[in-house]
Write a protein that binds this ligand. Structure first.
Ligand code: ZN
Length: 158
């Protein structure tokens, strides 16, 4: 049996069903869902679960959530949404465009270790494994311009 890691654990690939390949169930600044959930829309979990439940009724079995840490990914929110709706959710690691300034100077190897850990062991201290690795950049590329430039060039931030 081939499996893929969903946010609720290994899933038989024969059970993936109809899959939406790129969604964002919650997008916020890093840490908002954990620290200031009242800043999100009221009853955000009810809205997420409700939307997923309607999607399930329409034939969606699995959603790939392409939200990275810099877009506020919270794997525990994804797991709760999956439990409430019955929709399988596949989590993502990697980065989008807004790598926080705190991480300027982090090397590509350090980022690689973090991303591999999230795929191998789990993310955010939870046993919830990422599957997809997202690597986004803007028109300037990853070595010049943008918040992640120092990380990938190995230089210190100005
Ligand atoms: Zn996206």
């Amino acid at each position: 049996m081939a499996t893929i890691n969903s946010v609720l654990g290994p899933l038989d690939t024969a059970d993936i069903g109809f899959t939406i390949m790129h969604e964002h169930l919650v997008v916020a600044s890093t840490g908002i869902t954990q620290n200031y959930p009242e800043l999100l829309v009221a009853n955000f979990m009810d809205r997420i679960a409700g939307g997923l439940t309607r999607a399930k009724e329409g034939g969606v079995d699995t959603v790939v959530d392409a939200t990275t840490f810099d877009l506020g990914r919270d794997v525990n929110v994804l797991a709760r949404a999956s439990s409430l709706s019955g929709v399988n959710i596949i989590a993502c690691t990697g980065w989008w465009l807004d790598v926080i300034r705190f991480l300027d100077g982090v090397s590509a190897d350090q980022f690689a270790e973090l991303f591999i850990r999230e795929i191998r062991d789990g993310a955010s201290g939870a046993d919830i494994k990422a599957v997809i690795l997202k690597a986004a950049s803007d028109v300037a590329g990853v070595n010049s311009g943008g918040g992640n430039r120092a990380a990938w060039s190995g230089s210190s931030p100005p």
